[in-house]
Every structure is written in C-alpha cells, then in structure tokens.
Design a protein around this ligand. Structure first.
Ligand SMILES: [Zn+2]
Length: 578
C-alpha cells in the first residue's frame, strides 16, 4: 500500500467528542469516521484491523467445529413475540414497521432466528451437537452511545449458537467455546480474564465474560488474590460472614420515634444520633418497569442495579428522583423507612441481620430507632442486592479481593432450553421422543476488540498495535523522495517485504520527516523502517520497534530478509500461543 494513494486522513488535534484513548486515536489515525451517534464508517485501515480480528475468530471457531452461516439483519417481530422478548428486551431493540404493516426489528442478537432455523432443519439427535456462527453487523439502540467503537449502536459481532441433546452435552459445547475464546484472545495478543457474569437480557443460567484489562474499562471486575475467582461486580456474590449479626443482639430494643430535623442523608442521621452509618437502614425508591419499589440496604452500602433487576425479574430498573417519589407515593424523601411502609419492599440480605437499627419514620423530620427486621417489617423479597467492595472477601475461598477495570469483548452463555421451549424447537431423541434442544450462545464484539486492544496498548504518541491485529506489520518511510537513489532503495525494500508475505504501508508522500514520524507513531504499526540519511551515508536503514522504541541499523540489502524473519517468528509465537 502506497500511503500517497491511500485514504488515511490523520489529524493532529484530539477531537473534542472523544473521551477515551481508543476513540481519540481511531479518529486521529483516520481509522474511522462518525456518520451519526454511535454509527461509524470503517476507513481502509480500520476495516483491516477489524478483519484481522475476524480472521482469528473464524479460524478458532472453525477449529472448534463450528460452522459459519449468515443470518439477516432484519428480523420479524413474530419470532420475538414467541420467545417473549418483544416486550422484555427494552428500548435497545430498534422496532419498526415495513410497508405491509409488518412489525420488524433490527437484530441486536440472533437467538430467535437461529432457534427458528434449528426447529425447521434439525430433526434428529444424530444431527447433534451442532454449533453455528456468523460474523455480522448488529444494531442496539444504546441510550448513550459513546467511546467510539467501544459502545456504538451499530457494530460487528461474531455470534455462535450451540444445540445439544442434553445438559451434559451442552456443557461440553460450552467448555469447547470457553477454550476457543481463550485461544482467540491469546492469539489477538491481549491481556484478558474470563469472569463470571450476569446473563442480562439474553437469559439463561450461567455465563462468562471475557474482559480485556484496561484502565478505561466500562466494567468493574473483582478478582481474588488467592484463587481463580473473578467476576463482574454486577454478578459478584457477596458472602455473608458468620457472626455478622450486628447492633447489640443481646438487648432487643423497642421502636422509638426521634426528631431528626433536616437530617435527610444517612451520614447526617448517623452523625446526629451518634452511631456509625452501618446502623442505618437506607431506603431508596426505584422504578422497576415503571412501578415504584422500596429497596433497603445498609447505610454504608450501594445498591447494585443489575442484581436488583434480576431479583425483581424486571426488564429495566432506575433510581427514582425525589419528585417522582413524591408524585408516585406521596412519601417524604429523606425520611423513608420500612416500618409501616405501604410500598412493595425488597431488602439486601444483610439488612435482615441489622438488629436495633435506625430508619426513616415516613414522616418529615423524624426517624425511628430500635427497628428490628422481621419484627417491625417484612420485605416481599430479600437477596444479594448490594455492590461488592474491595473490603469484602472472596465468595469462593474467603481470600482478599481487588477491583479492576475491564472491557467486555466476549460473552458465553449456557441458555438451556429457554428458547427452544418457548419456540417449540425440538428434535427426536434415541427413543423417538420429541425433546427441546439444549442451547448455548457465544458472542464476540469483533469491532470492540479493536477498541479494547488500543485501550490496552497505546502511549501519548499513538496506537501500539499488538502484532496479530495490526493492519500492517511494517511501515517504510522514504525520507529522501527527491533522491533517486534513496527512493529506489525504499521502493525495493517495500517490494521485498511484500514478497516476503508482510503487509506493508510505504510512506512515499512528499512530507517532512517530522510529519512522517508522527503519523507512523500514531498509526502504531509494530515496525518502522526508515530509509533516509543513514542510507545516504552508510547504505543502512533504521528499524524501530513501536512498542519499546528499540532501534537497530541494518545494511539495506539485508533489511527485508531480517524483518520478514522477525515478524514471521513473532506471529508464529502468537499462533502457537493460541
Ligand atoms: Zn478466592
């Protein structure tokens, strides 16, 4: 590729709308351009990076025995009504009506379509197991698209679906994908962890997320320092420790109303009454699919909304603002409490251990002391509702936990028979009985992998592509385009590198050396070869590694062979690492 003929519109300025490094660098490097909110055009180098990921994904999926197909992006509503997700999926599903008044949607995922295919085409246990996948454009109408390719509305995804005769076989399919995903992300050259995760709107019983560790991650992970346990905080189980009963269990008090003028916050109430915040029951009103529900947690804890959503079986939950609380309940915000509360109530498991606690009196300027869970109030539901913290212990081994940021790039689910039962997708077993398929589904955000790779690998000058994902492995800079000798040496080197099987960008532009160096750093290809002054003086070229700046000079005639061997060796290491 000759730079002078390529569409690589690099810029020096950091675009104002880009908050994170990958978004900034993909725009500045001319990899992507925004068309509309959360919707991007992949320019030639951006597409090349996406295709690098896709190729690794495809090779490993095929190796694991999956078959590639391609399903439509537009899906009929009828299938989604059969699965029950037409209502449940929420506003991320972009619904529309075609010219014949048929309701449709843009596919955010393909469980319904593939289940429909399976029930029509797979009849016998002899055809199973079957794993089908596609690499395709998805659309999710994100409420707040941001971070460029990291959370767009339109994105490239690999989604696979497995069909098995029973749970044990489905478990083997899941394990095969778990292994394949490890191979894929290792081959991409990424530092990642597989973590236990929430199953979200996909449904199902069990799942793992594959997280690229990066400081700008949207997800927070909890990782045990002592065992293999790792989980998304949305899912991370909070272990109740033995003897956690608190508040002086030996002397059970009676409820007493006390004046707490102007004390609306937990901190203020606790300070005013001279107790720690962990003695106060925090009562908050959430809207679960629009209906108010009171949520109780210990005063020093935070509600984990995804856990709340799952406990309630709701599609969407959000914290209600003061005005909404007053409008929907007539209750005084800041003085809410569980005693004699007429709202539906759910409590974190820990709240039920809080003897002699303090809570709002549901009356302005008053709180109650001596509140006993169970005696003075009984929630409709109790469960693990709070956000885990670094002070908690590992739920598996009791070891110390650390919180770290990660970017989700893959997600695998055991679906069980949720879809096959809802959509009556069955096969005949050995005895001729009709049984529902036991399913799994497995996604990789192909375009997001590119963004995550950049979040993990960049510096102040630009991208540092891991070798397997780099659109080109080498950039050749011709710094003497007015010199016939230098130019013909650079051209020859470019040709030899290409003949050696490498992907090369040849910077043949009439630009100052400084501009060429800046662009080379910004684009982030692993090796830069400079044909310039050293060539004119000594017949040597300079080879510089982007990752660490390591530089060496090599006679021009030997450079191509040397680099080809270097790159091939490194690539082979990544592939065997898979
Ligand atoms: Zn542990």
């Amino acid at each position: 590729m000759r730079y002078s003929q390529m569409l690589i519109p690099t810029t020096r300025e950091t675009p104002a709308e880009a908050e994170v490094a990958s978004h900034q660098l993909l725009l500045r490097g001319g990899f992507i351009r925004k068309l509309a909110s959360g919707i991007y055009t992949y320019l030639p180098l951006g597409l090349a990076a996406v295709q690098k990921v896709a190729r690794i994904v495809r090779e490993e999926m095929n190796r694991a025995g999956a078959q590639e197909l391609l399903m439509p992006m537009v899906q009929p509503a009828d299938l989604w009504k059969e699965s029950g997700r037409w209502q449940k999926y929420g506003s991320e599903l972009l619904r529309f009506t075609d010219r014949h008044e048929r309701e449709s949607c843009l596919g955010p995922t393909h469980e319904e379509v593939i289940t429909d295919l399976a029930r029509n085409e797979l009849q016998s246990y002899r055809q199973l197991p079957m794993n089908l996948y596609q690499i395709q454009t998805k659309f999710r109408d994100e409420i707040r698209p941001r971070f460029g390719l990291m959370r767009g509305r339109e994105f490239v995804m690999k989604d696979a679906y497995s069909f098995d005769i029973d749970d044990a076989a489905a478990g083997r399919s899941y394990d095969r994908m778990y292994e394949a995903y490890h191979r894929i992300f290792r081959r991409c050259g990424l530092d990642f962890r597989a973590v236990e995760a929430d199953t979200g709107t996909i449904g199902g019983s069990f799942s793992h997320e594959f997280m690229v560790l990066a400081s700008t991650g949207e997800d927070t992970l909890v990782i045990c320092g002592q065992c293999d346990y790792a989980a998304n905080v949305e899912k991370a189980r909070v272990a109740i420790r033995a003897g956690q009963q608190q508040g002086g269990a030996e002397r059970i008090e009676e409820v007493k109303k006390v004046a707490t003028p102007g004390m609306k916050k937990v901190d203020a109430v606790a300070g005013f009454l001279g107790v720690a915040t962990d003695r106060v029951i925090k009562t908050m009103v959430y809207l679960a699919d629009g209906d108010p529900v009171a949520v109780l947690v210990r005063g020093d804890r935070e509600v984990q909304p995804v856990k709340l959503k799952n406990l309630l079986g709701a599609a969407e939950v959000e914290l209600a603002d003061d005005e909404t609380v007053y409008k929907k309940t007539g209750l005084p915000v800041g003085y809410l409490g569980p005693v004699n509360l007429t709202l539906r109530m759910v409590a974190d498991q820990e709240v039920m251990l809080m003897n002699n606690s303090i809570a709002g009196a549901n009356e302005k300027q008053f709180h109650l002391t001596g509140v006993q869970p169970g005696r003075d109030f009984q929630p409709a539901l109790t469960g693990d509702l709070r956000q885990i913290t670094a002070e908690d212990r590992c739920p598996s081994c009791g070891g110390p936990l650390t919180l770290t940021e990660g970017i989700e790039v893959g997600h695998i689910f055991k679906l069980g028979t949720a879809y096959s039962e809802a959509m009556r997708a069955t096969f005949q077993d050995r005895e001729g009985q009709a049984r529902p398929f036991v399913m799994g589904c497995y996604g990789i955000g192909v375009s997001r992998v590119v963004a995550a790779a950049i979040e993990q690998n960049h510096d102040e000058n630009g991208i540092i592509f891991p070798l397997p994902l780099a659109p080109c492995q080498v950039i050749v800079l011709n710094l003497g385009i007015n010199s016939e000798e230098t130019t013909s040496a650079a051209e020859r080197l470019y040709e030899e590198l290409r003949q050696g099987g490498l992907e090369v960008l040849y910077d043949d532009r009439d630009e100052r050396p400084g501009a060429k160096f800046k662009d080379a750093d910004l684009l982030g290809f692993p090796y830069r070869v400079t044909v310039g002054k050293t060539f004119e003086k000594e017949g040597k070229v300079e080879i510089r590694r982007r990752r660490d700046g390591h530089t060496e000079t090599v006679p021009c005639g030997q450079a191509a062979g040397y680099i080809v061997e270097l790159v091939r060796g490194e690539l082979a290491a990544f592939e065997s690492n898979g």
